[in-house]
Design a protein around this ligand. Structure first.
Ligand SMILES: Nc1ncnc2c1ncn2[C@@H]1O[C@H](COP(=O)(O)OP(=O)(O)OP(=O)(O)O)[C@@H](O)[C@H]1O
Length: 266
């Protein structure tokens, strides 16, 4: 039984341009799949499609089974029911998910209150616990802060806490560490890895960076121009990429790693 099963997904613009072309993939409960490809290869559109969040005017066909729901053709009511519960998403830029004018605590309280029916002190305690769970120090202070008053890494942890608030069975992480500096990036990846393991949550991890994907995912699917060009265990893809395009991704990841090693050795 898979938690996400995408078959022959085609995404088109209003004027008929094909952006994702007959893509199929599936994820078992607790499985972690990396979706990798260069900028513009269709990774984000695929992850948005899973939650029925495609930009205005785009259409999709094929099949996306998320838990018990067929997302292609689903009504807004059905989509609201699955968002956050069957699957939740963390974006590259945490400010996408956060309201700049609302204190962090209230933003986390919103899904917690709605999904778990909590109020008052119980809700306050749940907010603090949610912030502690993403290893944020001084959770009470963070809860009182506005998003611009905390660092980028802290904001991403808050966005992660919001995504985890309803215990989704699948977490979609779309370049969640790309905007962060290398040390913060590595801490967040370790945290993400620990949290999804504890919860046996499935993960669709979207990135242009194979070195990052290798830290979180066990299997990887390579996208190029909206098509799957290669799929397999991360180890096999890194050690023996078959497609020229994948070789390029592996080489650039290696160059980056060795540049970082050289730099930290200085
Ligand atoms: N709202 C939109 N209207 C028209 N075309 C779009 C829109 N959003 C994305 N595209 C196009 O769809 C293609 C796939 O975009 P997508 O954002 O999924 O790529 P990506 O692999 O996630 O890249 P990136 O890493 O840069 O986000 C690109 O060619 C992009 O220009």
């Amino acid at each position: 039984m898979s938690i996400l099963d995408i078959r022959d997904l085609v995404i088109r613009t209003a004027d008929g341009r094909t952006l994702v072309d007959h893509l199929s993939l599936s994820l078992a409960p607790g499985e972690r799949l990396g979706l990798i490809g260069e900028s513009g290869s269709g990774k984000s559109l695929t992850s948005l499609a899973v939650l029925g969040l495609l930009p205005e005017g785009m259409t999709m066909s094929g099949s996306i089974e998320l838990g018990d729901t067929q997302i292609v053709g689903a009504s807004e009511r059905q989509l609201i029911r699955v968002r956050g519960h069957d699957a939740a998403i963390v974006f590259q830029e945490p400010l996408t998910a956060l309201d700049p004018l609302m204190r962090v605590g209230r933003q986390i309280a919103e899904p917690l209150g709605r999904r778990r029916g909590l109020k008052g002190t119980a809700l306050k305690r749940a907010v603090t616990a949610a912030l502690e769970q993403v290893r944020l120090p001084e959770p009470e202070r963070i809860a009182r802060a506005f998003p611009h008053e905390i660092s980028g890494g802290q904001r991403q942890r808050v966005a992660l806490a919001m995504a985890l608030a309803c215990d989704p069975r699948l977490l979609i992480a779309d370049e969640p560490t790309t905007a962060l500096d290398v040390t913060v990036q590595s801490e967040l990846l370790d945290l993400l890895d620990a949290l999804v393991r504890e919860r046996e949550m499935a993960v669709l991890f979207v990135s242009h960076d194979l070195a990052v994907v290798a830290k979180v995912a066990e299997r990887v699917l390579v996208l190029k121009d909206g098509r799957a060009v290669e799929e397999g265990a991360v180890r096999d893809i890194v050690n023996a990429p078959r497609e020229q395009y994948t070789k390029t991704l592996v080489d650039s990841a290696r160059q980056l790693e060795s540049a970082l090693v050289q730099r930290s050795g200085r």
